[in-house]
Design a protein. Structure first.
Length: 296
């Protein structure tokens, strides 16, 4: 089973949100307060502001930004297309999180819904940490809730923390893990395009799976990937079922398929050349060497 996607699924299912609204706002030191929003987009009647200790660590991207980063800059992203807010800015030299609102539930009363609005005096800088699963990844050390995300086209895939992020002063706990993308309702009109793109993504993924299957006999890692792939479709369905209007557009399934394809490509590259290819290459080199030796 794909561990990153499995962990993401556990994070999504492990912290259900209640339906009775309450509100809390967390303002980092030196921050200008911002009006929090509830998960349904309505402004709360009141908010309790609390100060959090510590400053977010800063960092700069050490590599050019991913091609998909331009599709994220300045655009409001919502967890599962319906709650919270993530908005970033930047270029190929640095990346910052300008807005971050996390929806969750009360610590003392889990029937209460809360929104933690994390606002800094200056944007929180995110650090580029490479492509561990085939996609460009960035990390930001947000107080009480370190966050990382992989860059997709128009979306960000956030793995969950092992435990929920707890903001004690705000009496709120939340989990940012999942697909952050456009408002689900806004995607319905693009359903035909999304279906076409998903078919292309599925084709690319299937090609990689076949290449990995060809290596299963020579590599235990390849064999593990093949076994993991058998569970992927079910994992994807479980992960995406909470994305707003998913059944009408399939956007989450498209992006998760693209993420899986990137991971498979990365793992295939890590396997190196196939043994048969390496043997053929060695034979070719030896043949050329013998031919050169015979020539005057």
């Amino acid at each position: 089973m794909n561990r990153p996607l499995a962990s993401l699924l556990l994070g999504l299912l492990g912290l259900p949100l209640a339906h009775v609204p309450s509100n809390a706002q967390l303002v980092l030191p030196g921050a200008a307060p911002a009006a929090p929003a509830t998960t349904d987009g309505a402004k709360p009647k009141s908010a309790h502001k609390v100060a959090a200790g510590g400053k977010p660590a800063a960092g700069k991207a050490d590599k050019p930004a991913a091609a998909g980063l331009a599709s994220l800059v300045g655009r409001p992203l919502m967890l599962n297309g319906k709650s919270g807010l993530l908005q970033i800015s930047g270029d190929d030299k640095s990346l910052t999180i300008d807005k971050l609102e996390l929806a969750g539930e009360g610590v003392s009363d889990s029937t209460q819904r809360c929104v933690v609005d994390i606002v800094g005096a200056s944007p929180i800088e995110a650090t580029h940490v490479g492509r561990p699963d085939g996609l460009e990844r960035f990390e930001a050390k947000v107080a009480a809730c370190p966050i990382s995300f992989d860059v997709l086209d128009g979306a960000a895939l956030v793995p969950p923390q092992i435990t929920a992020c707890v903001f004690k002063a705000a009496d709120c706990q939340t989990s940012p893990g999942g697909l952050w993308g456009p408002d689900g309702a806004s995607l319905v009109g693009d359903a035909a395009k999304i279906i076409k793109e998903r078919a292309e993504a599925e084709k690319a993924m299937a090609k990689l799976v076949r290449a990995i299957e060809d290596r299963a006999g020579e590599s235990p890692r390849a064999a593990d990937l093949v076994r993991d792939q058998n569970a992927f479709a079910g994992q994807r369905d479980d992960l995406c079922r909470n994305y707003a209007k998913e059944s009408a557009h399939g956007y989450c399934a498209l992006r998760v398929t693209e993420a899986r394809t990137a991971l498979l490509q990365a793992r295939l590259d890590e396997l190196g050349p196939a043994a048969s290819s390496a043997t053929a290459g060695e034979k070719s080199k030896k043949a050329k060497s013998r031919k050169s030796a015979k020539e005057p």
